[in-house]
Design a protein around this ligand. Structure first.
Ligand code: AKG
Ligand code: FE2
Length: 435
């Protein structure tokens, strides 16, 4: 069973040749597309009908639109639509007639992209957990409607890159839980060296979903520590419960809107944060690339990050991607421009993405060290990529160490120049600053 595919490059596609091209996609990608177009139809049903149409997604989708097609919606105890099952359930070992044994671990290779859809594959090959069909279908659609309306007033962020002021290739809005937090954000918090003026309180539907995200994330964190870290949380990962008290909502309007390779800023999240990302609307590819291995277990799994390629995950409507505590320090992520998209029935070519985050009280801006320029520093970690003029942070033995550095160079003001200030961060086992 082709639970993942490796593709060197993607052919340019238009929606007209989608039906022909779709024969070449893996079964998983086809299922992801069908699941986002027909969220009320059970996964097994999608697969059966797909096979009956010789893998033709367009023909399968036409059949599924017919009211006479059985849907066989499975409900769980709490009346949610059941999550998609793994294709492993269908994989039979021809020699024994039994389900196939566990697949060997396959790493992506430099210069290649490993395409993954199956939640178990994603859990094995990336630092993330994915949950498809996370919300009941009607709730996901209502949230999408609400945020499509909100996104009409979103702005592009601007920042400085190599002395040029650039704006992000997508728009976003920032949400917090209360008026008090909103005022604090405006007065005290800094992003890219400056303040943000457009802070909003969580919309009714963002607020309604937040509790469910929080509960799911806390269980997933426990499970991930058990299955990936031998029951021992990584050093500096907080042991306090994860709390979704802030949300960035991103809007990607069309195939060219994207976000480049980056790691999320640690300044207010602290070391080894968990971030939960809920996708709505058109499916886009989320890419991950390993940049470092700090933990003994991940180091032995992944001998040399430089030899590994990127991993691509399609994030369909109503999928929750949980980025666990090694993601920000050891990987980079991006949403690349897409040659073409398969329009979503509600949002067309628009994708909305909510990243729920935990702003920890120990990382309140009143504790952020300030650099000589008077601008609060930014919290970073030394990775294999870190290069600095004085050489200290480049040294191998410093990899995995945290530091605050001047952020004035990122302020979108041509007169502000970065100074050389930096300060090592000192955090305890739970990632709290040692005072
Ligand atoms: O849109 C996404 O899936 C990722 C967004 C992201 O990386 C971010 O907001 O930092
Ligand atoms: Fe990010």
């Amino acid at each position: 069973m082709d639970a993942f595919v490796t593709r060197r490059s993607q052919k340019r596609k238009t929606s007209d040749d989608f039906a022909v091209e779709s024969h070449e996609e893996s079964t998983d990608i086809k299922l992801a597309i069908l699941a986002s177009l027909h969220p009320d139809i059970e996964q097994e049903m999608l697969l059966d009908i797909l096979l009956a149409h010789d893998g033709d997604v367009q023909a399968t989708s036409n059949t599924l639109k017919s009211p006479s097609t059985p849907r066989s919606v499975k409900k769980t105890a709490n009346n949610r639509i059941a999550g998609q099952t793994s294709l492993r359930a269908f994989a039979i070992d021809p020699s024994s007639g039994e389900p196939s044994p566990k697949k060997p671990k396959i790493l992506s290779k430099k210069g290649q992209t490993l395409h993954l859809y199956d939640p178990q594959d994603i859990s094995e090959h990336t630092p993330c957990t994915i949950i498809h069909n996370f919300l009941p279908a009607h709730e996901a659609n209502e949230l999408l409607f609400e945020l499509l309306e909100e996104s009409k007033t979103f702005q592009k962020a601007s920042f400085k890159l190599f002395d040029n002021i650039v704006s992000s290739p997508h728009t976003s809005g920032f949400y917090v839980g209360s008026q008090k937090e909103l005022q604090e954000q405006k007065d005290d918090y800094h992003y890219n060296g400056g303040r943000i003026s457009d802070v909003r309180t969580l919309t009714p539907k963002l607020e309604a979903v937040r509790g469910r995200v929080q509960e799911t994330v806390n269980s997933a964190i426990e499970e991930h520590i058990r299955t990936h870290h031998g029951g021992q949380k990584p050093r500096h990962q907080p042991s306090e419960p994860w709390c979704a008290n802030a949300a960035f909502v991103n809007c990607y309007n069309g195939p060219q809107e994207s976000v480049g390779w980056h790691t999320d800023q640690l300044t207010y999240l602290g070391p080894r944060p968990t971030i939960a990302s809920l996708s709505l609307g058109v499916t886009r590819e989320f890419r991950l690339r390993r940049i470092s291995s700090f933990l003994p277990s991940s180091a032995s799994d992944n001998p040399d990050p430089n030899l590994q390629g990127q991993v691509s995950l399609p994030l369909p409507h109503n999928s929750l991607l949980i980025m666990h505590s090694t993601t920000q320090e050891e990987w980079k992520h991006s949403v690349s421009p897409s040659p073409t998209l398969t329009p979503h029935p509600v949002s067309g070519n628009i994708r909305i993405n909510i990243t729920y985050r935990h702003y920890r009280s120990a990382f309140h801006p009143k504790y952020t060290p300030k650099c000589h320029c008077g601008v609060p520093g930014v919290l970073r970690v030394v990775t294999n990529d870190t290069k600095q003029a004085n050489g200290e942070r480049e040294r191998k033995e410093n990899r995995g160490r945290y530091f605050y550095m001047c952020h004035a160079g990122n302020v979108p003001d041509p007169t502000k120049k970065k100074c050389g200030w930096f300060l090592w961060g000192d955090f305890d086992q739970d990632g709290n600053p040692r005072v």
